[in-house]
Design a binder for this molecule. Structure first.
Ligand code: C2O
Ligand code: CU
Length: 491
């Protein structure tokens, strides 16, 4: 018997013991590989990482299995998964499997779906992912700091038949706020920042390092999985000289299409899978630009073609479309309808001198005013949903704002009455995006995180088929922490 199977404690006995467990001292250092026949073992622990470059100082980070991003978790669609999480950071944590439709008890929200995993303890997550696609995992406890210090990893749920591509690549993008000496700036939870764009950093990494170039070969077709694991930074990626075709959003396949203006919009927590035919010239380099914030565009990386001749004369002649996942189609005729008004924050981009971490100053506009919505809010709250502010990461006793009958169809209108963007995330379900400002959204898109622009209204629909209490919150973590969160119950 391996040490791994000896040390594994069943979830039932964990729960019977009333909490997670011990054994921190008896365990060996990090496993060389996280995957084992028994499933994954994921250890949350501090480590050091060279984020910026070889001649730059190292950064103290918090990691899953010693690296940022954390171990890549690869699961198979429809096959049971088992993930043992061990907490070796000096505070409570949980893991949320973002976007995966799983049983409520495995959702990783402290207080609401499980007791937090105390320092030195462990918890076993078990679920069978119904959907293939690109997902991710991150803490749902003290999220601002834990995610901000590096705790995040990707989950790839493999299709039963792999897509016909030459390469399947993942770019996990993270935004860090680093100090001069390479440390992570402290002061998480600045209230002024929370009332605006949230903690936008000053350094963006691609798979854990600042990237000068990513090597590609002419003629190949790449499936590129883009994942924005930032606390707050919204991205709009342009692949100069290329025409990426969007084939999935938030893990869910859509009708293949080129995005508007060729810009791929990625709010925090969002994933977009694109098919990229490498039609550039051997030996040349092509910029990949993020130009979301006015005046703050920067080069994320370059596609660097090697000298070899194209591997084929024309683009690969294989279908781009990915097989659909088994999502229940909402019945719009019988659906119950609700509006969720997003309110609060600064009325306009504030003239803050306090945001030294931002790249340049182009985001800041005229004088800011606190929104009327901030008046009378609970202490610490800045944002609200339908006048109610749930703050923090989740805790016991959160009462659901809406209760749905199991199996019923629901249409939600997310109405952004603020001056800021909000990537609104629902747990345990995926949302069919119906319309934006009354205009139908094409390409049959499903998302678990819907980016809502200032003053926009987005209509989404889903079948409330997964019983339990589920969070719906903004994934700009400062916004979530300060009130833009609610709970939906599927009875
Ligand atoms: Cu990725 Cu409650 O969030
Ligand atoms: Cu928000």
């Amino acid at each position: 018997m391996t040490e791994e199977s000896n040390s594994v404690v069943s979830r039932r006995s964990l729960l019977q013991a009333g909490a997670g467990l011990l054994l921190a001292t008896a365990l060996p250092p990090f496993p060389a590989r996280a995957a084992s026949p028994d499933g994954y073992r994921i250890i949350a622990a501090p480590a050091r990482a060279r984020l910026v470059g070889p001649d730059q100082p190292e950064t103290d980070v918090w990691t899953y299995n010693g690296t940022v991003p954390g171990s890549l978790v690869r699961l198979r669609q429809g096959e049971p998964a088992r993930l043992l999480v061990e907490n070796r950071i000096a505070q409570e944590t949980t893991v949320h499997w973002h976007g995966i439709r799983l049983p409520n008890s495995m959702d990783g929200v402290p207080g609401l779906t499980q007791p937090p995993i105390k320092a030195g303890e462990r918890f076993v997550y078990e679920f069978t992912p119904p959907d293939a696609g690109t997902f991710w995992y991150h803490p749902h406890a003290n999220s601002l700091e834990q995610l901000g210090r590096g705790l995040a990893g990707a989950v790839i749920v493999e299709e039963r038949e792999p897509a016909a591509v030459d390469q399947d690549l993942l770019w996990l993008l993270s935004d860090w706020r680093l100090t001069e000496d390479g440390g992570i700036a402290s002061r998480f939870g600045n209230r002024m920042e929370a009332a605006m764009s949230g903690r936008v950093g000053n350094t963006v990494t691609l798979n854990g390092r600042v990237s000068a170039a990513e090597g590609v070969r002419a003629g190949e077709r790449v499936r590129l999985r883009l994942l924005n694991a930032s606390l707050a930074r919204i991205m709009a990626l342009r692949f100069v000289g290329h025409r990426p075709v969007v084939v999935a959003v938030d893990g869910q396949p859509c009708d293949p299409h080129e995005s508007e203006g060729g810009r791929i919009l990625l709010g925090p927590a969002m994933r977009v899978d694109v098919m990229l035919d490498m039609q550039g010239e051997p030996g040349r380099r092509y910029d990949v630009i993020d130009d979301f914030y006015d005046g703050l565009s920067y080069r994320l990386t370059q596609l660097a073609y090697d000298q070899r001749p194209p591997i084929r004369g024309h683009s690969l002649d294989a279908p781009l479309e990915l097989p659909r996942n088994p999502l229940p189609e909402p019945d719009l005729a019988s659906a119950e309808r609700h509006m969720l008004a997003l309110e609060g924050g600064m009325m306009s981009m504030g003239g803050m001198s306090d945001m030294g971490g931002m790249m340049g100053g182009g985001m800041m506009g005229g004088g800011g005013m606190m929104g009327g919505g901030m008046m009378g809010m609970a202490h610490g709250a800045v944002w609200s949903i339908n006048g109610q502010s749930m703050t923090g990461d989740g805790h016991a006793g959160m009462e659901p704002a809406l209760v749905f009958e199991r199996g019923g169809s629901v249409v939600l209108e997310l109405r952004n009455q603020t001056a800021w963007w909000h990537p609104m995330h629902i747990h345990g379900h995926s949302l069919r995006v119906l319309s934006r400002n009354g205009k139908p959204v094409p390409h049959r898109q499903w998302q678990d995180t819907v980016l809502v622009a200032p003053k926009d209204a987005v209509e989404v629909a889903f079948v409330a088929d997964n019983p339990g209490d589920w969070m719906l919150h903004c994934h700009v973590i400062d916004h979530q922490m300060t009130g833009m969160m609610t709970v939906l119950r599927v009875a």
